[in-house]
Design a protein around this ligand. Structure first.
Ligand code: CP
Ligand code: NVA
Length: 297
């Protein structure tokens, strides 16, 4: 049975720990792994834009001795003349793994009929590769995952959902405040209550990590009205004072200064957003090696 990664909880806690530990070793000694995916090919399907995901996967495959193909779905028959299932059958005979950034989880489900691993590279429900990088970054900065994380902003959101799942899976507290409704499915999966607060101040109170995601997710409503509703959940330096004094600020990026956070926060001393972005590379290399070498099977 091939393993697919649709969301962070597609992996067990011990598999996540394995990937994080491998990622840390790969980051420290990249040369030791330069043939780990010798001549393996990764197909990267993109229906939405990307900087980090695309570049980190392509560079990562090259560093491991393999190759990555960036394929824009707009250039292909997928979803129009060809079903996701047929696409999966074809690429299973050519590529060793597939990543897909698509609009809807049903498209990921269709691709998961593939006989090679499929990794969700962001849909409407999850962003598991981002989570692995985030967990690696938190471990590095906080010397472990015994943390309290406060997320503020758009709650009906792929990254929010996977952060809630990450806290449940890895055993740390996630507190949220913002606009929109978290889908019931996320509460059901996590068989735990999500700590939702009315105000941003309450959500970040005494947190080790304050986390924001773009208010303008790829393809969402960018109306003035929506942005106005989100404004009470902007991360400002005043809000950061409600978190622990040594709290770090994270954002999966891309970021807009003046929207989900002010410039002084993202460009300030508590911000670790570029370490977080770099860790996309290390975490994904580890995930690909673990999946393709059978460590996760
Ligand atoms: N964080 C993230 O997934 O970035 P990209 O959209 O640039 O890939
Ligand atoms: N919530 C954002 C994440 C971007 C990495 C989006 O869906 O665009």
């Amino acid at each position: 049975m091939v393993r697919h990664v649709k969301k962070i909880t597609s992996l067990t806690q011990s598999e996540v720990r394995h990937v994080l530990s491998l990622a840390a070793r790969m980051k420290a000694e990249p040369a030791r792994f330069e043939n780990a995916l010798w001549r393996k090919s990764l197909l990267m399907l993109f229906e939405k834009p990307s900087l980090r995901t695309r570049v980190s996967l392509e560079v990562g495959m090259t560093q491991l001795g393999g190759h990555a193909i960036a394929y824009m779905t707009g250039d292909s028959p997928i979803g129009q003349k060809e079903s996701y299932e047929d696409t999966a059958a074809v690429v299973s005979r050519m590529a060793d793994a597939v990543t897909a950034r698509v609009k809807s989880r049903s498209q990921i489900d269709g691709l998961c009929s593939a006989t090679v691993p499929v990794i969700n590279a962001l849909d409407d429900f999850a962003h598991p590769m981002q989570m692995l990088a985030d967990l690696l970054t938190i471990e590095e900065k906080k010397k472990g995952l015994t943390v309290k994380l406060g997320f503020v902003g758009d709650l009906a959101n792929n990254v929010t959902y996977d952060l809630i799942r990450s806290g449940w899976l890895m055993g740390f507290e996630v507190r949220v405040a913002g606009t929109g409704e978290i889908e019931q499915a996320v509460y059901d999966e996590c068989s735990t209550t999500v700590n939702r607060f009315e105000t941003a101040e309450e959500a970040v109170k005494d947190c080790d990590v304050v986390y924001a995601d773009s208010w303008l997710s790829y393809g969402v409503d960018s109306s003035e009205d929506r942005l106005r509703q989100l404004m009470p959940f902007q991360v400002t330096s005043t809000l950061m004072q409600h978190a622990k004094p040594d709290a770090v600020f994270m954002n999966c990026l891309p970021a807009m200064r003046g929207q989900e956070q002010t410039a002084d926060v993202i460009d300030g001393p508590q911000s670790i957003v570029f370490d977080q972005a770099e860790n996309r590379l290390h975490a994904q290399k580890a995930l690909l090696v673990a999946l393709l070498s059978g460590d996760i099977c």
